[in-house]
Ligand binder design. Structure first.
Ligand code: RUQ
Ligand code: CUA
Length: 603
């Protein structure tokens, strides 16, 4: 079979107009009612969207698809000062960009526990954590011996490990050895403790690791390998008709770690279990055609669904059979219980909790709804068609997800199709068009496309979370760990953060402790010398919900947000002699414009 792999030329969508152009699909008359959330009313779901090349995470309301917030993670953010405050700089270690693909929330007993969100950085092999009560990034960890950290997934039985895949194979360690010998390259499946954010162990394999999923019991994790060939060029990577999906035996790996049957690689102290050459006690390879991409677990915990990408099929594994595979009682291929044909270019699968799966089909630009049970019966030879419905989406859909689909509480109300191209769907805005995140009603038998959602590039993935599972706080909790750093500085300088306005000179270092309370800063004049290293440590005494202030020091590239009851700080070098106004950047009061003071820089 031959077809075009390019995003913009192929496709069999019914909305394809003759002559290669595209005609917009007919608008659905009742669509607007379903997605409409009236003024002042809330959405039913939080959507957590990764921000792709922006390095951030975004929160949308579902079904309105209104963007509610952008959470800076790996990027520098002018509004909040992320990437500029002392706290965020310590997390980012001088990096200014990231590439977030997969955001997943922490679990307890198979559903979201409302504590954390985790997100990968493919650009620099990092995992970040966001505290959901504040929606702020609180930890970032470097993943050793890894490049292209792509798929991540937290364990679902409790807040346990977060498994992270390195998509790119490299020499091990990557210190200049074996550079021209790709056969010796390897990849790491890394386990990070979701509470402490420490690397617990790494499991080394010789093929690549793409998307990731965990089961519901804590026994297994899965990783797609599209490059079983170990190729370094496109042609080499596409060579084989069959690749595989790795299934990691987490208990066997933990036992090896506990028994000290590990090594270390490079300068990292993390214990490494060597599972190269699998199948072995640590990992088995489920054969999957061809260059598989997504792997998703059904909400009942029974099945892993693996998408073929260059094969029109998805491969379904019955997870309970894996124990017999690891025990050597059955062959790994015997864990496969279905392989329905769903369309050209299947990438990811969502579930409705009613036994149906929804697979995104990139090349065809469709969503395919299919029934898992019927697919299993068809695989056994029964004459049933597992395909329930297909819906054109616009265009070239990547990820898909449904409301609560990644939990045991999948409720089958909403489905999003995260389309990589919008082509003609919106007003043209220059060379790069927005992506198109389409919202689909799946509450009854048909698939009902009801909303086009333009998004800034490129949210790869999203999860849709019932709103009652998320509880945010209104003012900062001063008992939080994050405040220890400031409290220690203040104690050394004999300063009370909530009460004092004080300038401490320490050689060429000047620490400015200052309070903000609408509409005033605690100091209206600060004197320093040109070339001093100046640190502003600002505590917002206001404890009114949403009463934030910002501190911008003009001409000094400094601006950061201070939320109610928060302390934030930033450090900079005082410039040429002169008067530099500092001012509040968040509209906090009728006298907001007057909320300013002078930084007087003396020669
Ligand atoms: S990937 S379009 Cu980064 Cu999740 Cu599949
Ligand atoms: Cu404080 Cu504006």
């Amino acid at each position: 079979m031959a077809w075009s792999l390019s995003a913009c030329t192929g496709g069999t969508t019914t909305s394809q107009a003759p002559g290669g152009g595209t005609a917009p699909a007919a608008p659905d008359a009742h669509a607007s009612n379903k997605t409409h959330v009236p003024p002042g009313k809330h959405d039913d779901y939080y959507g957590f969207w990764s921000g792709g090349q922006s390095g951030e995470v975004r929160i949308l309301g579902v079904p309105s698809m209104r963007e509610l917030k952008r959470i800076p993670v790996f990027n520098r953010d002018s509004a909040t000062g992320w990437g500029q405050t002392d706290f965020s700089k310590a997390l980012l270690k001088g990096r200014t960009m990231g590439d977030t693909h997969h955001v997943h929330l922490s679990y307890t007993d198979g559903t979201y526990d409302g504590r954390y969100a985790y997100v990968n950085d493919k650009a620099t092999a990092r995992l970040a954590r966001i505290r959901l009560e504040t929606m702020e990034t609180d930890k970032i960890v470097d993943i050793p011996n890894s490049q292209g950290t792509h798929g991540i997934f937290p364990q679902r039985h409790k807040t346990g490990l977060v498994l992270c895949n390195s998509e790119f194979r490299t020499p091990m360690p990557n210190d200049g050895r074996d550079m021209d010998d790709p056969k010796k390259y390897a990849a790491m499946h890394t386990a990070i403790d979701g509470e402490t954010m420490e690397v617990k162990w790494q499991c080394m394999v010789d093929g690549n690791l793409d998307l990731c999923a965990t089961d519901y019991t804590g026994d297994y994790s899965f990783a797609c390998c599209y490059n079983s060939e170990g190729g370094v060029t496109l042609e080499e990577m596409m060579g084989a008709d069959q690749d595989w999906v790795w299934c990691f035996n987490l208990k066997a790996i933990q036992a090896a770690v506990d028994a000290g049957k590990t090594m270390t690689v490079g300068t990292s102290k993390a214990p490494v279990v060597d599972a190269r050459g699998g199948d072995n006690e640590f990992v088995v390879r489920v054969p999957v055609p061809k260059s598989p991409h997504g792997v998703n677990i059904s909400p009942d915990g029974k099945y892993a669904v693996m998408c073929g990408k260059l094969s029109p099929t998805v491969t379904v594994v019955e997870i309970s059979r894996l124990a017999d595979v690891f025990a050597g009682k059955i062959k790994v291929a015997d864990a496969v219980v279905a392989q329905p044909e769903v369309g050209l270019g299947p990438l990811h699968t969502a579930f409705d909790g009613r036994g149906n799966a929804y697979t995104s089909i990139f090349l065809d630009s469709v969503m395919t709804k299919w029934n898992i049970d019927k697919a299993i019966r068809a695989y056994k030879g029964e004459q049933v068609d597992p395909i329930v419905a297909k819906l054109d989406v616009h265009y070239q859909v990547g990820h898909t997800n449904a409301s609560m689909s990644e939990t045991k509480e999948a409720d089958g109300k909403w489905l999003v199709a995260l389309c990589k191209f919008s082509k003609d769907r919106f007003l043209p805005v220059g060379l790069l068009h927005p992506e198109n995140d389409q919202l689909i009603d799946i509450s009854d038998d048909k698939l009902d496309l009801i909303h086009d959602g333009p998004t800034a590039p490129e949210p790869h993935d999203a999860v849709i979370v019932r709103k009652d599972l998320i509880k945010t706080i209104k003012v900062q909790d001063r008992k939080d760990d994050r405040f220890k750093m400031y409290e220690e500085w203040a104690a050394k300088d004999g300063v009370k953060l909530m009460d004092d306005n004080k300038v401490i000179r320490d050689g060429k270092k000047v620490r400015v402790y200052m309070i903000s309370q609408a509409p005033k800063f605690g100091l209206t004049e600060v004197r320093v010398k040109s070339g001093d290293e100046v640190q502003f440590i600002v505590t917002n005494r206001d404890s009114v919900e949403d009463l934030a202030h910002g501190l911008c020091v003009t001409q000094h590239d400094v601006n950061f947000l201070i939320n109610p009851q928060d302390t934030q700080s930033a450090t900079f070098t005082a410039g040429e002699p002169g008067v530099y106004w500092y001012y509040c950047t968040w509209f906090c009061h009728a006298m907001h414009l007057e909320m300013r003071g002078r930084l007087i820089v003396e020669a």
